[in-house]
Design a protein around this ligand. Sequence first.
Ligand code: HGY
Ligand code: MN
Ligand code: MN
Length: 398
Amino acid sequence: MINPDRFLSDLHTLRSFGASGVGKGVIRPAFSDADIAAREWLMQQMAEAGLTVQVDPVGSVWGLAQAPSLLLGSHTDSQPEGGWLDGALGVIAALEIARSAQQDRGAPVSVVSFQDEEGRFGVTTGSTVWSGTVSLDTADHFLDREGVSFSQARQNMAHLAGDWVDPRQFTGFIEMHIEQGPWLDAAGDTIGVVTDIVGIRDMRVTLTGEQNHAGTTPMHMRKDAFQALSAFNTRLSLAFEGVVAPATVWTIGQVNLHPNASSIVPGKVTFSMQWRDSSTGRLAEMDKIIRQVAMDVAREHGMVLNFGDMLGLEPVAMDTRLRHALTEAAETNAPGQWREMPSGALHDATNVAQQMPVAMLFVPSIGGISHAFEEDTDEADLVVGLQVLADAVARLTN
Ligand code: HGY
Ligand code: MN
Ligand code: MN
């Protein structure tokens, strides 16, 4: 039988690894000391639960039941400033269900915590490489914000790393996750059964102009990288009108302005350009518009323009059979308190879908907040989510 108290206690233990000291927030980026300590603790819980523990070459941690098994899980690495539940919830719920399956001699359930889902290096890097979407050699050249490479970072777990886990031993994958958006919380619903996960594009753009004196350089003679970025951002929103849908999102989340000093006209800016949508066609159309607007602004501002490599993942529909088990379980455990909905956030399930049927279920994020220390969910909702997941697993494996 699942044990909600043990489940909640494990969640709070996990958040102690990299606790930020602000609310329940965590700082636990991939391959950090806190991340590796958390993964070693998880490995111990998996072993004690009777699972065979394996760490793959990119640091994803697996607790394997005898084959064939249903796979549950998510990730335990966090954003540079993260919440206690993003990823962690799905891994600990998986552990609790797998452990009770072992104790009750029930149908086998395996557990995974993928590495670098939060993209310190790439985009959902661990599951992207494991699923074959990106080669390990390509990923090894990915750099983080400080210029550390993926291959350098994963040496920190080399002492634990073993072989790749064969996906053919699994019958499917279900990932429980917080919604990370406002809809369940605003509607007072407890469960979201995911219909599809959006696609994503992510690249770096560099505009290079002329660094100069902020007092003596007349405005009309400047090649100011910030002004160029500002013009790009304004023009892009106008250019997207009539192309984007209400659910389409785009973000300039990281800006490196050089030399970032108040008395110097900035001569260079490198910024992240990320966009997401449920349509591959619209993602491609936005790509064209982004590049055209950037070229126009660079020309008008006398800047040199450079596009970095683009990372992308396609939209993915959830498996109907797995999804049906989740909707049945939601109606049983949260009657009238659930809905079907798309995922605006990206998840490891996107990559696992390349190898097997996948499905996801959400619990609410209070105020829709995530990727922030303030991220939180009522513990009663966490327990209902666990019960729905356990019920769906029973429907699929009995
Ligand atoms: O960015 C995302 O959607 C995920 O939370 N890493
Ligand atoms: Mn996540
Ligand atoms: Mn996240």
